[in-house]
Design a protein around this ligand. Sequence first.
Ligand code: NG6
Ligand code: CA
Length: 514
Amino acid sequence: MYSRSNSYVLCSALLVCNGIGSMVTGQTRANDLSKPNVIVVLADDLGYGDVSSYGARKIQTPNMDRLAKTGLRFTQGYATSATSTPSRYALMTGMYPWKNKDAKILAGDAPLIISPSMQTLPKVMQEAGYKTAAIGKWHLGLGGGNVDWNKKVSPNPSDIGYEYSYIQAATNDRVPCVYVENGWVDGLDPKDPIFVSYKANFPGEPTGKENPEMLKMHPSHGHDMSIVNGVSRIGFMKGGKKALWTDETMAEVFLDKAKSFINTNQGSPFFMYFGLHQPHVPRVPNEKFIGKSGMGARGDAILEADWMLGELLAQLDALGLTENTLIIFSSDNGPVVDDGYKDDAVELLGDHKPAGPLRGGKYSLFDGGTRVPFITSWPARIKPGVSDAMVCQMDILTSLAALVGVELRETKDGENLLQTFIGKSTKGRSNLVIEGIRNLAYRDGDWVMIPPHAGPSFQKLTGTETGRLPEYQLYNLADDIHEDINLAKTEPKRLAKMKAAFEKLSAAALTLSE
Ligand code: NG6
Ligand code: CA
């Protein structure tokens, strides 16, 4: 029989073994190919054509290029969606975001949209013994509604698997403009409480609309509410003066947190989600980068993002961790030039093409909305090269679960593409549902079908082609990467087949509302 004292002896033995195990691990981890460190770096609104290894000429991104040179550069890597929240939702959960009615661009005070009961990407890594952290842009909601920012916000990233988190709640352009560390607003003075509202301003507080003389950067559309650091944002806030962020130092702040997480956890496998805040608006990079791209604030912000990546790589080099660290670099959605501030991005764009050869951009059902830079680097296992396999950020959870040997207890929409991500296979997904802004398209092999959608085909304010048309569109991306030649009428059989497959797949789609 299994007595209590026996189990005590067994437990002690396990503890001792565990202790020895971790000591051994500490020394040999650099070679443990089943447990590399994993870092997912997700830029914000970085386009397919914004990276020099993806063909950009006017702007140079040497650190992104270093990853591409030492790793695998995907030419058909996708975010699930053309905006942030749904793409991040898919990355974290391995599920199509259009199956969750709340996975749409969130306000800064929106509740957390990932259920703590879900088997998330960081939970998979935790189960495999990884230390986990989320640093940078979050945009998945925090708390359960009606958040009191003066108390510990709960639920927070720790409830979905991130042992440590240092984040911005939503975006650069949304209140609250503070950093949140493990659920607490960092640097908050209790004598100066913080209040947030997306409904009405707080009496006496200046706004961009009423006090444009207080602004150092002016909105071009929207973004005319509370003013923080001379920039008016979306939403209203009051108080918390000492805790407010300064856009110019945000890169350093997040980078320091990322570096110290790596430093502290170098002895055990770690998983870090690092959400870069660039080149999303407002683009207010550090003075070191101002004027350096010759392309205005957007280009300068891309240089700053590249610098952050470079510093991160240098830290891994210095600690001897580069060889056995898998880095997945990508972007949450495609590019936009004017996303609401007069920052010279339009005027100084010149002949730079943020989406490269692709049509459309952020918000778009065309490929420019979702096909993004996508690089995997793991010097110990990945041979440098280029892969044309179709892969999606949603596949990262399922593939990493296979890598670290964790069983999936939920049916995921993501596929196990581990062999493809490490370059041992050239086979990607056969199909993918693509989300524009709360509407869908369907990719099958080289073909993409965009069903009829109501609404404008062109956003005047951002200059983006949405891809919405009242009729079916069908493009062959292999011959027509810019989606110019609509073959819906000349390929009726293919269209019918794709329609049927898409309808079956997307039957679970909730009625999407913007
Ligand atoms: C839009 C904002 C845009 C950006 C976007 C979210 C306006 C007029 N536009 O509503 O500036 O914040 O939401 O971007 O407010 S994302 O990359 O985080 O999805
Ligand atoms: Ca984005």
